[in-house]
Ligand binder design. Structure first.
Ligand code: GAR
Length: 216
């Protein structure tokens, strides 16, 4: 079962997936049982970034995983047109790498069009808030934590959800919650939520592998 992992930056969530794969977390019956039926084991087939030179690509190369870059075409001035063009190229990569599951692990472009339909129920995204709060266009990364602190929220966390035609609107697969502390800054809150994300993305990917695995 092939994963195509989409990234835009540091790639700590990608690293969690790489480490989990090595630990056998995507094997059929849990750790250590993958060797018996490798075709049913989840594996990162390729990593694709929408920005050149990001550290996530280095993490992929270090792990021996093909690292691809597909940047938005700046000549396309309409955001919708640019998103659809990038989405088409990502769909080509997904087909080429025979992806069964597409994982948005800190991916900051919006997917639109055919890829959403062709991979319906097989694209997951991690978001650093308790959706539906603090999601939608323009809400990503530290902007989310800044908004959570400004609103005086008592808790925050992360969400893994299926990707649909909207932005951060697909069915929620799982959430992890942490308290917001009085002394929290954007940096401390982001750091603690990142730790939760690394658990959540692995749990969600493992659950998807179990769900999508073809029956015996
Ligand atoms: C993560 O916090 C992820 O939830 C967020 O970007 C960060 C990437 O970190 N994604 C979004 O905001 C998507 N809307 P990483 O590159 O270290 O995995």
């Amino acid at each position: 079962m092939n994963f195509l992992v989409l990234v835009s930056g540091n790639g700590s969530n990608l690293q969690a997936l790489i480490d989990a794969e090595r630990a056998g977390r995507f094997a059929p019956l849990g750790a250590g049982n993958g060797a018996a039926s490798p075709e049913k084991e989840g594996r990162i087939a390729a990593v694709l970034s929408d920005r050149a030179g990001v550290f996530a690509l280095e993490r992929a190369k270090t792990a021996g995983i093909p690292a691809l870059t597909e940047e938005p075409d700046r000549r396309l001035v309409q955001p919708g047109e640019r998103q659809r063009d990038l989405s088409r190229r990502i769909l080509c990569a997904a087909r080429e790498w025979k992806a069964d599951l597409i994982i948005l692990a800190g991916f900051l472009s919006i997917l639109r069009g055919e890829i959403i339909r062709e991979y319906e129920g097989r694209i997951i995204n991690i978001h650093p808030s308790l959706l539906p709060k603090y999601g939608g266009p323009g809400m990503y990364g530290d902007r989310v934590h800044r908004a959570v602190l400004a609103a005086g929220e008592k808790e925050s966390g992360c969400t893994v959800h299926l990707v649909d035609e909207g932005t951060d609107t697909g069915s929620i697969l799982l959430q992890r919650t942490i308290p917001v502390l009085a002394e929290d800054t954007v940096e401390t809150l982001a750091e603690r939520i990142h730790q939760e994300e690394h658990v959540a993305i692995v749990e969600a990917a493992a659950a998807m592998v179990a769900k999508l695995r073809k029956p015996e």
